[in-house]
Design a protein around this ligand. Structure first.
Ligand code: ADP
Ligand code: MG
Length: 486
């Protein structure tokens, strides 16, 4: 789209993010939440909504929601109820979904996003509420049959709703990455968008620059990666601008994103407003969160990524960039700190983590928790380099790969076995230098007469006799000093 046309409009985006909670049982009964079970095996009578069955709230799900609220600076409600959202659909055996309509567990709050192009800014949250997931419908290719798998029905979710404060797809995706990072740090959701445990609906509208009233919004669903959220929003903004430029108007509707062509397609209009007939679920008593309970959960909170990032800059004196990369996951940050317990060269640890360690993880397609090396072995390796015993090249290309295969080996022993110890031992180096100088009196004469370049010949001899293990810088200094004082 022509930039001059694009620049006539401001986009307005609000996200609704669903996160599947990592509790082992469902939100209102004891059925398992295990992903990938055979269809309809985690389905007791409550999940299937047999008449006469009653829901009972799972305390662990409430704590997950409280943690997210605390991490997002939200206010945690002391008193709340659950509501029935009524609609008829084959994935919903009860005919209603239990959710929180007017009394969400968390109110307000914000998430800070920070990148070079955006700068640092707070994205306001409207609310976070608890609800149950629906089942899954499977439409068999080619046929007309639909199969229903109720394993997912009753799986606990939190829904995080932002204010319409995001202005472009970059802000939206950075926000979403931040949410994913947070739920993973808190260990309340695995954050996997491909498997649908983290889902994002994007509400998008456009208005002329300077307008005070938002345009009509469209809700886009069905993006299964952060990248697709970006594509969907970009496409939707352009589609709406094109409509307005043609003098047409945007219809309030729900659209679905199709990854194959990067476009959105209409699903249902919102003009004919759904009436969900929300009302309090009479089967569940109000949920009361006492001061004491809230304090317990507060005390169990891990250090959050933003705090860690600040710590990494302040305590380990890392550049902002390193601090951001190393706090991407809790495991990476913890590993970094464990290595730093054994060495003071924090920047070297950071370089190793962002370089050889990260490449290894990428190549193997594994996460930090599967990294085979003990932190103390990585610090030993760094120490060997700092002490001049091995070069970085030898350490990263020769020692490191062997250590990854056999995590128990001591790097110093290994370097000795592999004959990689550099000779920076002054005594033996000094003896070698004397030996070489004594053997080439004619060359020494030449040097004395001003042929300084001859020094490289002495260097070559010393390096050869040390079998390449002499530290070249130290060797050169030594030779020059000895020749000059002869
Ligand atoms: P609805 O009643 O249609 O569900 P809500 O007011 O609950 O709408 O808002 C749902 C989401 O849509 C929120 O994330 C909110 O920030 C966002 N939103 C609201 N109005 C707009 C708008 N005009 N443009 C873009 N997003 C919007
Ligand atoms: Mg809504």
């Amino acid at each position: 789209m022509d930039v001059s046309i694009r620049n006539k409009y401001t986009a307005v985006i609000g996200l609704e993010v669903h996160a599947q909670l990592l509790t082992s049982s469902k939100i209102f009964n004891g059925d398992s939440t295990a992903y990938g079970s055979a269809p309809n095996t985690n389905v007791g009578v409550i999940t299937l909504a047999h008449p006469g069955t009653l829901p009972k709230l799972n305390r662990a799900t409430v704590e997950c929601a409280m943690k997210m609220g605390l991490a997002c600076n939200s206010e945690i409600s002391a008193w709340q109820i659950f509501d029935r959202k009524n609609y008829f659909y084959p994935d919903l055996p009860k005919g209603y979904q239990i959710t929180q309509d007017r009394t969400p567990i968390c109110m307000g709050g914000y998430v800070t996003i920070h990148t070079k192009s955006i700068g640092k800014r707070q994205v306001g949250l409207h609310r976070i509420h608890l609800e149950e997931d629906a089942g899954k419908l499977i439409h068999l290719g080619g046929g007309t049959d639909t199969l229903a798998d109720f394993n997912r029905s009753g799986v606990p979710l939190i829904e995080i709703v932002t204010h319409p404060e995001l202005r472009n797809s970059e802000e939206a995706t950075v926000f979403l990455s931040e949410i994913r990072k947070l739920v993973r740090y808190l260990n309340i959701c695995d954050g996997n968008m491909e498997e649908g445990s983290l889902r994002c609906d994007a509400n998008v509208s456009v208005m002329p620059v300077g307008a005070t009233e938002f345009g009509k919004k469209v809700e886009v669903k069905n993006m299964n990666s952060i990248r697709n959220v970006q594509y969907a929003i970009d496409h939707e903004i352009e589609r709406q601008i094109e409509l307005l430029e043609l003098g047409k108007s945007v219809i309030s509707e729900t659209r679905t994103f199709q990854a194959s062509d990067g476009r959105t397609y209409g699903m249902r209009t919102k003009e004919e407003l759904n009436d969900y007939r929300y009302f309090p679920d009479p089967d569940l008593s109000p949920l009361i969160i006492s001061e004491e309970w809230l304090n317990e959960v507060k005390a169990s909170m891990p250090t959050l990524p933003q705090q860690l990032q600040e710590k990494f800059v302040k305590v380990y004196l890392l550049p902002e960039y390193d601090a951001a990369v190393l706090t991407e996951t809790r495991d990476i940050a913890e590993y970094f700190e464990m290595v730093c317990l054994h060495t003071g060269n924090f920047k070297a640890v950071s370089n190793w983590m962002m370089g050889p360690v990260k490449s290894f993880l990428n190549d193997e397609g594994i996460a930090m928790d599967q990294f085979p090396l003990e932190p103390v072995h990585l610090s030993s390796l760094i120490k060997l380099i700092d002490e001049g015993k091995v070069s970085f090249a030898a350490a990263s290309q020769k020692l490191f790969p062997v250590m990854l295969k056999d995590a128990r080996v001591d790097p110093f022993e290994l370097a000795r076995e592999m004959n990689l110890i550099q000779n920076s031992n002054m005594e033996s180096l000094s003896a070698l230098t004397d030996e070489v100088i004594k053997e080439f009196p004619l060359k020494v004469e030449e040097y004395k007469k001003g042929k300084k370049g001859i020094i490289s010949m002495f260097m070559g001899e010393v390096m050869k006799r040390s079998k390449g293990k002499a530290d070249p810088k130290i060797a050169a200094e030594l030779i020059e000093r000895k020749l000059d004082t002869l």
